[in-house]
Design a protein around this ligand. Structure first.
Ligand code: HEC
Length: 226
């Protein structure tokens, strides 16, 4: 390359730069890849040219049939028509977790909230899985209150100073609603699990801890398949 050509480089560069400009500051100048500049994706909630099966021209598609939002009340006739079953799904609106009112609310929940889930293998297995993730560290593999942070393998005290009660002695003394309230909002040194476990998950865990305590499921729900 001779020196004359080298001098031309900045001039060519400036010309190219100018050509890439546009009077409208919001628009790019030359566009080399229009597919990337102007995305084919729809703007949220804009109209679409392709109608849905119902004939609406919405860019947002309808949810798949049977879809329910997380935390929603199951569309189960048995649950929807029974206030005691419904109550745990709406516990947030009906019970406070103000520590000053703990005992009062615990008693009220204990008397009014009923377990809405059928005893199925699926619920039991999921309850076991959730128990092992969330509760075993304190309550122990078999619910004896000897979890790994409570009691060390050599039998000495672990770092967690409160020893949970054995399920087999405590759970027969309380109702399902009491368990639900204690698990949702906590009790004494135990924190609440309302944020980690949704309502169904809390009931699944309750099925499992009752089985650890040797409590038989209520007869009317055992045989149900749902
Ligand atoms: C950090 C340790 C710890 C973890 C984790 C923990 N618990 Fe507890 N739990 C306790 C302690 C301590 C008590 C005794 C509280 C008291 O009576 O003051 C207790 C008590 C209970 C009780 C008896 C409540 C009552 O009304 O007497 C239930 C039921 C229970 N826990 C269930 C669970 C479940 C289910 C999980 C997991 C989702 C869980 N716990 C996780 C420490 C824990």
């Amino acid at each position: 390359m001779n020196t004359r050509n080298i001098k031309l480089i900045p001039i060519v560069a400036v010309v190219l730069l100018m050509a890439a400009c546009n009077r409208d500051p919001k628009k790019p100048g030359l566009i080399y890849m229009p597919d990337m500049t102007y995305s084919n994706a729809y703007e949220t909630y804009s109209q679409s040219t392709i109608p849905t099966t119902e004939g609406y021209k919405m860019s947002a598609r309808e949810p798949v049939a049977g879809t329910i939002p997380r935390g929603w009340i199951p569309n189960d006739e048995r649950i929807r028509t029974n206030d005691a079953y419904l109550l745990s799904y709406m516990a947030k609106n009906h019970f406070t977790h103000d520590p000053a009112k703990w005992q009062e609310e615990y008693d009220r929940a204990g008397a009014s909230i009923k377990d809405p889930l059928f005893y199925t293998d699926e619920n039991m297995q999921e309850g076991k899985r959730l128990y092992q993730i969330n509760c075993k560290v304190c309550h122990g593999e078999k619910g004896e209150g000897d979890g790994q942070i409570v009691e060390l393998p050599d039998g000495s005290d672990g770092p967690y100073t409160a020893r949970p009660p054995q399920y087999s002695s405590r759970l027969p003394q309380i109702t399902d609603g009491n368990m639900f309230y204690a698990i949702s909002y906590g009790k004494g040194m135990m924190g609440g699990y309302g944020y980690q476990l949704d309502v169904n998950e809390r009931w699944q865990v309750i099925h499992y801890i009752k089985s650890l305590a040797g409590i038989k499921p209520p007869a009317e729900t055992v045989t149900a398949t749902k």
